[in-house]
Design a protein around this ligand. Sequence first.
Ligand SMILES: [Zn+2]
Length: 328
Amino acid sequence: MALTGRRAATESRASGRRNVQTESQFRKCGNAECGATLFVGDIERHHDCCKDCGYHFRVGSRRRAELTVDPGSWVELFDHLETIDPLQFSGRKSYLQSIEEGIAKSGEKEAVICGESTLEGRPLVFCAMDFQFIGASMGSVVGEKIARAIEHATERRWPVVISCCSGGARMQEGALSLMQMVKTSAALQRHNEAGLPYITILTDPTLAGVSASFAFLADVIIGEPGAMIGFTGARVIEQTIKVKLPEGFQTAEFLLKYGQIDMVVPRKDMKGTLARILGYAERTAGKSAPPPEREPAVAAVARKAPAAAPARSPKASAAKPKPARKKR
Ligand SMILES: [Zn+2]
């Protein structure tokens, strides 16, 4: 987001000192229809949103964690994993150069941070992706950190929440980056089989290999207002199918309307919403999941009274275990 060219000067009467507020203290709202010039402190106070129109600025992974989990509860996981250049890739610039730029821009070693933490007192594993790091593309380290974070949660029987954003797989790692889709999905399958909740927050933008793997495998998929979410960009789709796409195509609101995501939640309400969902999951855990090593209810009824009990009696169907979660 470009900074405004505005330069403001104020004078402190009490101290007599002249305080110059430089342009870096202001940002322009990213919503062209609003266009407000906002004081950075005001943006931060409003969860990195425009106080006038609610436009959601993109936030880095560290800030995302700060906005989501309980203060002081963050314990970083797997931050020793660092990216190498397995294919010796070089395009307009070398891969190693891109990594260095990503580190400088984001202040992080990779495009995702993972940590164990609490959310309103409930333990969980939280991961947040950072678009400033090579467009939050998914290379081997991003995939490995996310897969390990999910396994860490499965071992402890904790939920996983991932704040997603990504341009997709990291082309500088070729097929290795595509394998991360399978690896993260397999880890999630085991987490799912353990009956543990998984929630994703899809932020602007969530695309390609990430949306085609862990972003859309959650039990509850939440979009941030106005976020671009999809697989391929709208322009490429239009050029391929030669059809004008509808207004708002690939926004969180559009996806909600067509049942692709479960809810759209403003950032200021995100923490409370996650806490409510996790609380609900905790209360219902074990109540509706099929108990292990037990004969199906229908068969048990039929054996006790073979002549009298119809195979699909109301009692039998009521006792039939219901799947607790969405299939994935
Ligand atoms: Zn605005």
